[in-house]
Design a protein around this ligand. Sequence first.
Ligand code: ADP
Ligand code: MG
Length: 244
Amino acid sequence: MKELLKVKHLHKKFGENVVLNDIDLVVNKGEVVVVIGPSGCGKSTFLRCLNGLEKVQGGVVTVDGLPVEPDKKSIIKLRQKIGMVFQSYELFPHLSVIDNLILAPTKVQKRNKEEVIREAIELLEKVNLVEKKDFFARQLSGGQKQRVAIVRALLMHPDILLFDEVTAALDPEMVHEVLQTMLNLAKSGSTMIIVTHEMNFARAIADRILFFDKGEIVEQTDDVKAFFEKPKTKRAQRFLSTFS
Ligand code: ADP
Ligand code: MG
């Protein structure tokens, strides 16, 4: 099994506020890791640290052997290894769907435009959005925008994809289509780390659950079914009980 992402003794503070306290994690290729935990426990900061978007106070993160260091030139290389989808899709509203999609692969990765367009259309077909390819991003619904944002991340061919509460800002009827897209990715063998408050989805998609609280991994298991039936720690029990 190939170890794709490694986190060792990660420490992160904002001022005096310790947000991540000595986090260790290894994610294997093809694994789907779901991160759950109360609001403010450090989930988003954790993903941002994995992706080189935050300065850290200690520890090492490597992706496929490449150290994650926010200030270094390696960040461009890193962007090709690790992709992220956020709660707010961050598409350019005044650009068409297809132009949003091809921007980074052609400008940053310097790939052939025709080839990228071809691949973008294939991916849009998979998420049932090919008929929207020439629409402005601002003309799409939230669920459609979020699926475009996922396609945009996939087009960079990352080794690992990070998702931070990607359905949190969507109307309930649009949540399903985005979760279904992620389930399909999981089936096709993508390596993903997903932060979500959708517990049924977490249960369905996770190979492993990480339960975070106050900046620490309090419980971690690949017996996902057992975790949702009866978590071992009191803190996870209390957290899950707020969903039922
Ligand atoms: P979660 O995603 O689990 O809700 P976050 O990672 O967003 O949690 O936040 C963890 C803690 O870090 C919170 O106490 C939050 O206030 C703090 N925090 C997050 N981002 C910043 C920032 N840019 N500056 C200062 N504090 C921050
Ligand atoms: Mg968050």
